[in-house]
Design a protein around this ligand. Structure first.
Ligand code: URA
Length: 211
């Protein structure tokens, strides 16, 4: 059964408002994406398996927990997911990063599947798929299919904004996937943008927005 967790706490909502603001420059936009990713990290990693280990404190030996091996694979849906993947990677010891390159055609919204690079043992890892926007769900659906075909069976998706249309699509196609999202927005427009949204996340992260 899919679970959808909306992490709309005050720190997250504050930064989302700054991301929405069309006057926010690219440098700050990137910083807010990184900060929101850190704020989502606890929920995104809730299901990672732990192993017990002995650890010696200055006072005594006790039992602690470490993330089990092999560590998770953080999968970036390029290009907008890259900055979220790097941010999560800094928090999760022993994670590897995989890349799935998907581009959305602006008129048809069809997906151009141009690049995949995943660790050989990805099927043994919990995958955390990062993409700032869950809009139509077209690219996420292709990415999840690739991971499942590679043998992955534990998947958590992390988004900054999602819309009900995209969530409905993914939860019906992939009932076992968990979704952790900062904010669920109102709806999708006819061009496939989330409303009220924040515009094109990739363009704003990389400063390629010319409007
Ligand atoms: N991708 C984006 O970057 N923004 C949207 O609103 C929808 C998809």
């Amino acid at each position: 059964m899919t679970s959808v967790v909306e992490v709309d706490n005050p720190l997250v909502l504050d930064r989302i408002t700054r991301l929405r603001d069309k006057t926010t420059p690219s440098r700050e936009f990137r910083q807010f994406v990184q900060e929101i990713t850190m704020l989502l990290a606890a929920d995104a990693t809730n299901h990672l398996p732990l192993v017990d280990v002995d650890v010696e404190t200055p006072l005594q030996v006790t039992t602690g927990q470490l993330i089990g091996q092999p560590g998770p694979c953080i999968v970036s849906i390029m290009r907008a997911g890259n900055i979220m993947a790097e941010t999560l990677r800094d928090l999760v010891s022993d994670a590897s990063i995989g890349f799935i390159g998907l581009a959305r055609q602006s008129v048809t919204l069809e997906i151009d599947d141009y690049y995949t690079n995943l660790p050989d043992d990805v099927g043994d890892r919990h995958c955390i798929v990062v993409d700032p926007m869950l809009a139509t769900g077209n690219s996420l659906s292709v990415a999840l299919r690739k991971l499942m075909d590679a043998g992955v069976n534990q998947i958590t998706v992390v988004n900054i904004l999602a819309c009900p249309e995209g969530i409905r699509r993914i939860t019906s196609e992939y009932p076992d996937v968990r979704i952790v999202v900062a904010k669920i927005d109102e709806r999708l427009d006819e061009r496939g943008y989330i409303l009220p949204g924040l515009g094109d996340a990739g363009d704003r992260i990389y400063g390629t927005d010319d409007h």
